[in-house]
Design a protein around this ligand. Structure first.
Ligand SMILES: [Zn+2]
Length: 142
């Protein structure tokens, strides 16, 4: 495992720490072409063998998209889109928006992705395979 990478929203109410299993240059952030992600300029990164921990201070903004199966989480105060989560079979899966990282990280060049072409069950299958698994979301007080 590599050293953890930190990120979050602008004001600090939503923060995350992710640990990748490979060097950053082995990852290709996915620039989703759906209208929502395009309008945010989001690019997503995940690692099923890595780890992701999110710390929340107060309730974030939750927007359902992706056949209403994915929850996009943005800060309710400063509006930065930070991560997307999907719960399945009692496990929380998530991907992070690389724009929300605290500093530049030398990932591979971003590639376009078009999950909107997948059927709802194909999306779920893909997310449970490639996203961070067993994501821990804790309140700032914990
Ligand atoms: Zn914020």
């Amino acid at each position: 495992m590599n050293a953890p990478l930190h990120g979050g929203c602008h004001c600090g109410r939503v923060a995350f720490e992710m640990t990748l299993s490979k060097p950053p240059s082995d990852y290709t952030p996915r620039a989703c072409d759906c209208d929502f992600c395009r309008k945010h300029g989001a690019a997503w990164l995940s690692d099923a063998r890595g780890a992701l921990r999110v710390r929340l201070r107060g309730d974030p903004l939750v927007y359902r998209q992706g056949s209403a199966q994915a929850e996009f989480i943005a800060c309710a105060h400063c509006a930065v889109l930070v991560f997307v989560r999907h719960e399945h079979a009692g496990r929380v899966h998530a991907a992070v928006n690389v724009r929300a990282l605290d500093g530049p990280v030398a990932f591979a060049a971003e590639q376009p992705a078009s999950p909107q072409t997948l059927a709802p069950d194909q999306k779920r299958e893909r997310w449970t395979q490639v996203w961070f698994a067993d994501v821990r979301v804790v309140d700032a007080d914990d």
